[in-house]
Ligand binder design. Structure first.
Ligand code: CDP
Length: 240
């Protein structure tokens, strides 16, 4: 497919305009970064695995009636998606305490809260995506109160769909970060990606981690972990 301007030149994802103004092309790369890009590496085949994982997960969500920006996969590493007005808020859904929530609150990783926790972060690289609350999000004009309600509702629905599917496949969906955008109609839909780059997946039986923490924490076998999630998601998608 012919691509036009570069819309976003990230490390692990690059986004291009297409000859259709309503569509974009999302290309996944083999680059991996952590700690605000201080730590960088290349993981062979990650781009292909992540493109397939995100395409399958978004396909499952669409199949369950949840609108996303995903249209179709057009090559091994490229997805065609709807162009959105992206809301500059990162939503983190947590089923198990890990990462920054564990360190911020002095909690042990692995603790299961009584209900899932949803965090909001202001999407701003210069500020390292600070944690914000509902009042900040609305007061900063990032989205309206009604849109925030829709974002919480969609985030909960996404978790309610994905958590049991991964559970059946022997994987704990520990947490995941998602983003949303507005269609020209104003409808809010899921954007971004769901992959081991922005979600935590633990083996239900052994606790083994199959996500970017293997890279962040120098645990090795990063590519193998992404491949495991690719295989699990393929199984889940085949069952739908
Ligand atoms: O990953 P870290 O411990 O720094 O932050 P977290 O708040 O525990 O991250 C929760 C989940 O969101 C993890 O699955 C992260 O990979 C993901 N995340 C992300 O994809 N992008 C961010 N800017 C922050 C978190």
């Amino acid at each position: 497919m012919e691509t036009k301007e570069v819309i976003y030149n990230g490390e692990s994802v690059k986004i291009f305009g297409t000859d259709n103004p309503e569509e974009i092309l999302v290309r996944f790369t083999d680059n991996i970064t952590a700690y605000n890009k201080i730590k960088k590496a290349v993981i062979a085949d990650k781009g292909r695995l992540n493109a397939a994982i995100s395409a399958m997960i978004f396909g499952i969500l669409e199949h369950r009636g949840l609108r996303t920006h995903f249209i179709r996969q057009i090559s091994d590493t490229e997805l065609l998606c709807r162009r959105l007005d992206v809301i500059p808020v990162e939503v983190i859904v947590r089923n198990v305490i890990a990462g920054s929530m564990a360190s911020r609150l002095g909690l042990e990783e692995g603790l299961v809260p009584e209900t899932p926790v949803i965090d909001l972060c202001y999407k701003n690289d210069d500020l390292c995506d600070p944690l914000i609350n509902d009042y900040h999000a609305v007061a900063l004009g990032l989205l309206t109160k009604e849109e925030l309600g829709a974002v919480y509702d969609l985030s909960t629905r996404i978790n309610d769909i994905l958590k049991p599917l991964f559970g059946k496949a022997g994987i704990v969906l520990v947490d995941f970060k998602i983003e949303f955008g507005r269609l020209p109609s104003g409808e809010i839909v899921l954007a971004d990606e769901i992959t081991p780059d922005n979600a935590r997946f633990w083996d239900s039986a052994t606790g083994e981690r199959y996500d970017k923490d293997r890279f962040r924490r120098d645990m090795g076998k990063v590519g193998d972990a992404y491949r495991t999630i690719y295989e699990k998601v393929s199984e889940i998608a085949a069952d739908i």
